[in-house]
Design a protein around this ligand. Sequence first.
Ligand SMILES: Nc1ncnc2c1ncn2[C@@H]1O[C@H](COP(=O)(O)OP(=O)(O)OP(=O)(O)O)[C@@H](O)[C@H]1O
Ligand SMILES: [Mg+2]
Length: 404
Amino acid sequence: MKSRKFFWQIFAALFGLSACSSLALYFVAASDATLLRALLISLPIQIVLAVLLALRLERSVDILRSLLSSMAEGVIAVDSDMRITQVNEAAGTIFQLDPKAAVGKSVRDVIREPAIIDLIEDVRRHNKTAEQDIELGDERLRHLHLQAGPMDSDSRAVGVVAVFSDVTRMRELEGMRRNFVSNVSHELRTPLTSIQGFAETLLNPAVKDPDEVRKFLQIIQRHATRLGRIIEDILTLSSIERDAESNQIELKVETIRPVLESAVEICAPRAHNKKIKIELECAKTLVAPIDPHLLEQAIINLIDNAIRYSDEGRPIRVEAEPVGNEIHLRVVDQGIGIPEKQLPRIFERFYRVDKARSRELGGTGLGLSIVKHISLAHKGSVEVQSQLGRGSRFTIRLPAQASA
Ligand SMILES: Nc1ncnc2c1ncn2[C@@H]1O[C@H](COP(=O)(O)OP(=O)(O)OP(=O)(O)O)[C@@H](O)[C@H]1O
Ligand SMILES: [Mg+2]
């Protein structure tokens, strides 16, 4: 690095020397012809040096350009008249503009966001860096973090460079986490308040009737079981998410039918209590890359819902078949169905169509969320079709072959 700098210093010195000697010749040359001859001799040297300098400059500009275009952050540079001098591709995507066409235009005409213009203007006027979080509210709310600083040359302000980072995903995740914590607290508080209330009542010496004491203890037991279920479901969800994120879920090509049979068997006593028959349809040879234990859990959750949200005697069908390059696993019921407006939300954590009814039936509202995460861990998806009063069909779509 040092030797290259030295090399260019020599070139600059030669260039300067040649220019100075031409100037000196102008004053001392005996005749115009001598001057012309001397200039003609030094001209090629100056041209070669100028070309080399131009090439070097162009290479620096190329490096700068490819650096800007490979950045994930948006960059916009403006001159002292607020005209755009540089825009990279990322900024083009954020503001939906053509970077090449934007150069030379006033930044006020290109970015119609007063908060951004005010900040750049502020930096230009006070020659001081500034940063701010900005929300862009078009069809979808986006969060940008903007940092702007003065560009100066020889301590003279020549413009402003603004760097935009799209922090939407980060803000969404923070929001989801906040929501989750407040939902969990709310869900835990309900059974906990009941347990505290009934325990206090039992401590009252006036409560002596053994039947009454037994009734209160049963209520406490029911709420304690519910607390345990919520905590267990939260732990299941977070362990699936954690394992999926760290690629710890090992998918092996295995037969599907035993998984479905086992899930049906586990749910059979509950189905029997409601006089519900469960039909199973799946070829013995059907295979897919799966984690059998997780997949069984997902199918149990779906059958459990089908039983829970069906009237007595309504049959349930569990089936699996190949469709294109996917395997579709379905749980179909003839139960109460789900209103169309609520369909997009039922896979959200703690979402229940009828909170009171679900709670009465012992539901936590996490079952379908677990199904969704298990499907995602299999690189698949889950979807639902439902008609109010007629029944629902849940489909888990899995890739038929392991991805490379
Ligand atoms: N087969 C179904 N038929 C009708 N409604 C359903 C069906 N499956 C799910 N739902 C609706 O979707 C909501 C969310 O289901 P999810 O399984 O996540 O929670 P849950 O059944 O209430 O509780 P749990 O977490 O204990 O399963 C349910 O509360 C119910 O309103
Ligand atoms: Mg459920």
